[in-house]
Design a protein around this ligand. Structure first.
Ligand code: UDP
Ligand code: MG
Length: 315
């Protein structure tokens, strides 16, 4: 029978943390009193993480282990965990002991109040200020502003989701941190609670400051796709407007000058060139918009977004 709860943990070179982590997760699950599975996704670790996980699995049948054929990154690991998860509720957390499994029962309580996503907020985050907390603060403000999802800490992996939210969201690149924003776009109710955060004791962080640029580009991609998927023709129509306006103005001026006999020898050629060029640019964008409408409807994107909403209301 399917468990009520799936814990999804992305793992990359965390051999020293895993035993302690699983002991803490097991304690938290006892406190929840729900049937559960723990899906560890080994993102092709080069240390002994896989061996440690397989050993842990011998003593705890709730453990499931997925192993990637190469290092695909944290987002892909979480995505695979979502695909394999069978629980009605999915909780994600880091493998490095920075997130505290003891927070899981409180996340579930908050979810039970009628939310689809509950995000952890690392209010007293135990990472360096200049390279970690400051960029994260700026990124969070920017994400909140651009996506309209007003939570404080979208980068915290400790989160709880209703199954249908994560099953329907396509995530790739570094987009796991945008899950609250993306789910809100498809109608999910999002909340947050303050969670415990601990310094990393074993191993090293897998990210440096270059992550900031990737987060920024992903934000751009998500915003584009969200608006784009909704109504591509409107979007491209906007692009074509200035071009259409320029050609119209050129046409009016051309006709006006012609009527008043103020035409010089090369003037008509110039007007025809400007009108022709900008008009074809306007048409070009409209055509791109029409093609995109076709792509979006062929992919069933409109329907899928509505379906998310219906499901989240009925379960
Ligand atoms: N991780 C992963 N694949 C990667 C990089 C990281 O599965 O390519 C996992 C890592 O093992 C950890 C989580 O993602 O469980 C977060 O990584 P990390 O702790 O390095 O990030 P930070 O806490 O420094 O933001
Ligand atoms: Mg960490």
């Amino acid at each position: 029978m399917a468990p009520a709860l799936s814990i999804v943990v992305p793992v990359y070179n965390e051999e020293e943390s895993l035993e302690e982590l699983h002991a803490q997760i097991a304690r938290a699950l006892d406190a929840c009193g729900r049937t559960a599975e723990v899906v560890y996704v080994d993102d092709h670790s080069r240390d002994k993480s896989l061996a440690v996980l397989l050993k842990l699995r011998e003593s705890d049948p709730r453990i499931r282990v997925i192993r990637f054929t190469r290092n695909f990154g944290q987002t892909a690991a979480m995505g695979a965990g979502f695909d394999y998860a069978r629980g009605r509720v999915v909780v994600t957390l880091d493998a490095d002991l920075q997130n505290d499994p003891a927070d899981i029962p409180r996340l579930l309580e908050e979810l039970d109040k009628g939310y689809d996503v509950v995000a952890g907020w690392r209010r007293s985050r135990q990472d360096g200020f200049l390279l970690r907390r400051l960029p994260s603060l700026i990124a969070n403000r920017l994400i909140a502003w651009v996506t309209g999802t007003g939570i404080h800490d979208t980068g915290c992996t400790l989160k709880a989701f209703r199954r249908q939210v994560v099953k329907n969201l396509p995530i790739y690149a570094e987009q796991h941190r945008f899950l609250p924003a993306m789910s809100r776009q498809s109608g999910a109710r999002v909340s947050e609670i303050v969670v415990n955060h601990r310094p990393r004791i074993h191993g090293q962080s897998k990210y440096g400051i270059e992550r900031a640029l990737r987060v920024f580009l992903d934000l751009f991609a998500i915003k584009m796709i969200a608006q784009f998927a909704h109504r591509p023709l409107h979007y491209f129509g906007l692009f074509s407007l200035p071009f259409a306006a320029i050609s119209l103005v050129a046409l009016v001026f051309g006709v006006w000058d012609y009527r008043h006999g103020r035409i010089e020898a090369e003037w008509p050629d110039f007007v025809v060139l400007v009108v022709g060029l900008f008009l074809s640019l306007a048409f070009y964008f409209i055509l791109l918009g029409l093609l995109s409408e076709l792509a979006v409807s062929a992919a069933g994107m409109h329907r899928r977004r509505v379906l998310d909403r219906v499901l989240s209301d009925s379960e």
